[in-house]
Design a protein around this ligand. Structure first.
Ligand code: ATP
Length: 585
């Protein structure tokens, strides 16, 4: 497949900048080629004794003019080609990030964060190098090389040029042989870097666990191994590249040697002047650079190609969840009522063999509260993940406002939901930013409305800068209970039509819990609620309670009904009452 499939649109749009930059580059190269001719003339004039002051002055003016022209031109192509390559880098990073944001949870379950970070940094930078420095050097080296050869042929001596160039095809041969190996080794380098980034990221994220388990030494050892692997892979690649430049330099030297032997003979025979001979040797010397540059360019372009392929792999992966065959959300008649129906739903995680949820069915009317209880691992979070369509939902199994969830635009669906996940992730920004996260941004007065319901307002006020207090990475300067309550306020500030609390009161004491629940009940009169909880006290007022076991609903009803059934729920309740009594005693 075409490696340029994703960047071709961008390149087409900016092609004129490249054309202009390349033209400037060629003009500068042509200007640079005049200098040896001037030096040749100067040498001849010296020999024939025709050198006078006006000639020297003319020469100085020419050389100065060329130098100024070259300096301006160089600035010009830098501003065009280099800035376009930087724009490509910026655009590509945004494109990849935007694409990754569309991916479902399943994608992130199977791709390591560090790996994705390495793609977004290292790979995209090496693509920029290929499209910036790589293109410049390629054009420069080819143009300079070909022009130099042409001048040598036309201006000095065709036969001498051809003879001097005999060793050159060796370079092409050499580069072709190395090609496949270089790509393979660079791929290994990028993979090793991804691994290293991943270990670093995981160690920083898990630093609290590492420290509390005194695992600094093993984690350093693990990091060292990855670092060593990254180093080894880089050295392996460097060894390959290390061969390119000396080899190219050696071949260029062979050309100089041939030029000196054969060209010297031509001067002795009087076939060419000493001036031409000096100019020829200068040209052969000038050829060494394009040849070396070709070796370097080759390196950059190979790296760029490998990275482009890695990025293409990300962009080739279609989002698992996307709006297909959905209802036009702008249609005025499109108004979803916050009621829910789950119909005989069975769900298996992608890549897993056995279902996590089996034949789940329930109805939840507008403004009603559904509570889900069950042992850990019974499928509670999976069920709410599906209601949020974080995973692909089997057709016809979840209806929201009588519409199949798969026909509702994903954004519309998630806008109507306020979700308080188990993992109370907060961003390392201000408290107010976190409270108003799902909105266009809210002011403190408005934020206060929600933090008061979540019973966290007075504690926020005690923070050094109140609502403007910056939270550390993952909100470290807040307790677990405080984070939970900020997460509740964040969900409320969205003014959701359906609110989902996944074990969101587990880190607060029963008194605070009761207070939060009372406030929620008063505020969310019309809001449909789903509560997942381990504590029966959290859910006993729900209009409907379902008990999950191994992915199946094994009991359902209101609190009193379930107690009278004397099953799993009643057993849980009795145990919790006993625990409470013991802890009170
Ligand atoms: N991404 C996943 N891929 C495969 N299996 C998964 C995935 N996420 C969860 N599971 C499995 O699905 C089952 C239900 O998990 P789930 O998180 O829904 O349970 P839960 O009832 O919410 O548990 P808890 O009360 O501990 O939060 C578990 O066996 C779990 O191992």
């Amino acid at each position: 497949m075409n490696d340029f499939r994703y960047v071709s649109g961008f390149l087409k749009k900016h092609i004129w900048k490249y054309v202009f930059g390349i033209m400037l580059l060629m003009i500068i190269d042509a200007l640079q080629l005049i200098t040896p001719l001037l030096i040749g003339n100067f040498t001849d004039a010296l020999k024939t004794g025709t050198l006078d002051a006006p000639t020297i002055l003319k020469l100085i003016v020419y050389i100065l003019a060329i130098a100024i022209g070259v300096a301006i031109g160089r600035y010009g192509w830098r501003m065009t080609i280099v800035t376009t390559a930087k724009k490509l880098e910026y655009w590509l990073r945004n494109t990849v990030f935007e694409h990754l944001e569309k991916m479902s949870l399943n994608y992130f379950n199977h791709h390591k964060t560090g790996d994705l970070m390495a793609h977004c940094t290292n790979d995209i930078s090496s693509i920029r190098n290929a499209f910036g420095g790589g293109v410049i050097m390629l054009v420069d080296a080819l143009f300079m090389g070909l022009m130099t050869i042409a001048i040598m042929m036309v201006r000095i001596d065709l036969k001498l040029t051809l003879i001097a160039l005999i060793p050159m095809p060796l370079i092409a041969f050499f580069i072709i042989i190395l090609g496949k190996k270089v790509r393979q080794r660079f791929k290994e380098v990028q993979e090793a870097f991804s691994d290293l980034t991943d270990v670093a990221q995981e160690n920083f994220s898990g630093v609290r666990i590492i420290k509390s388990f005194v695992q600094e030494a093993p984690s350093l050892k693990h990091f060292n191994e990855k670092n060593q692997n990254n180093f080894n892979k880089n050295i392996k690649l460097a060894k390959l590249f290390g061969m390119v430049n000396p080899m190219v330099g050696f071949i260029a030297m062979l050309s100089t040697l041939i030029a000196m032997i054969y060209g010297g003979g031509l001067v002795i025979d009087g076939a060419i002047s000493i001036g031409d001979f000096v100019a020829f040797l200068t040209y052969v010397g000038m050829l060494a650079w394009p040849m070396m540059a070709l070796g370097f360019v080759y390196n950059q372009l190979q790296r760029g190609q490998v990275s482009l392929r890695r990025i293409n792999t990300i962009l080739d992966t279609p989002p698992e969840i996307f709006d297909e065959d959905v209802i036009d959300a702008l249609n005025e008649s499109f108004a979803l009522r916050p009621k829910l129906e789950v119909k005989d739903m069975t769900f298996t995680y992608p890549g897993s063999e056995s279902p996590v949820l089996k034949n789940i069915s329930f109805n939840l009317g507008e403004g009603e509260t559904l509570a889900i209880v069950g042992k850990t691992g019974s499928g509670k979070t999976t069920l709410v993940n599906l209601l949020l369509k974080l995973y692909q939902v089997p057709d016809g199994t979840i209806l929201i406002g009588d519409q199949d969830i798969n026909r509702i635009p994903v954004k519309k669906l998630r806008h109507m939901m306020g979700y308080v996940p188990q993992d109370n992730f907060l961003f390392s920004k201000t408290v107010l930013y976190n409270v108003g996260f799902g909105t266009e941004g809210i002011n403190e007065t408005e934020g206060t409305k929600y933090t008061k319901i979540a019973q966290i307002h007075s504690e926020i006020k005690e923070f050094p800068k109140g609502y403007a207090t910056e939270l550390g990475e993952r909100g470290v300067n807040m307790s677990g209970g405080q984070k939970q309550r900020v997460s509740i306020a964040r969900a409320l500030s969205k003014k959701p039509e359906i609110i989902i609390l996944d074990d969101s009161l587990s880190a607060v004491d029963t008194k605070t819990e009761e207070s939060i629940l009372t406030h929620l009940k008063e505020t969310l009169v019309d809001t449909t609620s789903i509560l997942i909880a381990h504590r029966i006290s959290t859910i006993k007022h729900a209009s409907q309670i379902i008990v999950l076991e191994d992915g199946e609903i094994v009991e359902r009803g209101r609190h009193e009904e379930l107690l009278s059934k004397d099953g799993i729920y009643a057993d849980m309740y009795r145990k919790q009452l006993l625990e409470e009594k013991i802890s009170e005693a």
